[in-house]
Design a protein around this ligand. Structure first.
Ligand SMILES: [Fe+2]
Length: 292
């Protein structure tokens, strides 16, 4: 399991801050923990809508980014769906330098109205999804420990930028994200759980069919060297949002099943309908989500 990167998830936690567990690769590294605290402090001082604080990344942090992105690039060419590859060209991240959220936002805001705002650590599902409804993606800014560049037990800046950022330049994906947030703003706890599961099996770990082959779309796959390769040999389920609503997941382990959308377009249109029609509600009712 050493080099197998799997993701915990923004929407998988139960508290608004997460401390390092004893089995975290950086747990015994005091310098790393101090660095994590300093970056977390930037986020804690931040207020939504302000200018995004820049992180003065060290050469070691840039090197971790380079190691991961160089390894992922050919895997994306082989396994990522064509829409993702096109969107990645728009952002065209350098392997050499870890990007700043404020620079990424210049493109995101122009293309689909989203922005990334810093967060200190793992946030609750409700918080994370709620902010999507405001066209804000809560993003960590720290990077994983240098000793295990291909593994992280939690979302880090690699996951946010390599997994999510490009998708937020696409107006259709951005709109589905916004609708997810709008739904969560009125969802009960039971409904929230259903919405979080669908988010998990689509935008985090979704696959799509593309000219007879299966390709990766989800951020957890795009940012994982291990899972983007292994997912194709795991149980693949037919596209079924109702089934996803009932399918539990463990954010601390590699996935045991994946859902495959018939196409990128179907994924977006079906999710949009599912959200707009309130099919995630405990009691079906006429439901519409506001346009703004
Ligand atoms: Fe994520």
């Amino acid at each position: 399991m050493d080099d197998f990167l799997f993701m915990t998830h923004h929407a998988g936690g139960s508290s608004d801050l997460m401390l390092l567990n004893p089995d975290h690769p950086g747990f015994l590294d005091q310098a790393y923990r101090k660095r994590r605290d300093a970056i977390a402090q930037l986020a804690l001082s931040y207020r939504s809508g302000q200018a995004i604080p820049q992180v003065d990344y060290s050469s070691e942090e840039h090197m971790v980014w380079k190691k991961i992105t160089e390894r992922l690039a050919p895997l994306h060419q082989e396994h990522a769906c064509s829409e993702i590859l096109e969107l990645q060209e728009v952002l065209s991240f350098s392997f050499e330098n870890l990007p700043q959220l404020c620079d990424v936002n210049k493109k995101l805001e122009r293309m689909a109205g989203f922005r990334m705002e810093p967060v200190a650590g793992l946030v609750s599902a409700r918080t994370f999804l709620y902010y999507l409804g405001r066209r804000v993606f809560l993003s960590t800014q720290y990077i994983r420990h240098y000793s295990r560049p291909f593994y992280t037990p939690e979302p880090d800046i690699v996951h946010e930028l390599i997994g999510h950022a490009a998708t937020l330049t696409h107006p259709g994906i951005a709109e589905v994200n916004r609708l997810l947030g709008k739904a969560v703003s009125i969802a009960s706890d039971v409904e929230l759980e259903k919405i979080a599961r669908v988010y998990w099996y689509t935008l985090e770990f979704g696959l799509v069919e593309e000219r007879g082959t299966i390709k990766a779309l989800g951020a957890g796959l795009l940012s994982s060297i291990g899972e983007i390769q292994s997912c194709m040999s795991m149980p693949l389920r037919d596209w079924d949002l109702r089934a996803m609503m009932e399918e539990e997941f463990d954010p601390t382990k590699p996935q045991t099943c994946y859902y495959v959308a018939p196409s990128f377009t179907r994924l977006l249109t079906d999710m949009s309908c599912w959200l707009r029609l309130g099919e995630w509600r405990e009691q079906k009712s006429i439901y519409s989500i506001s346009k703004s």
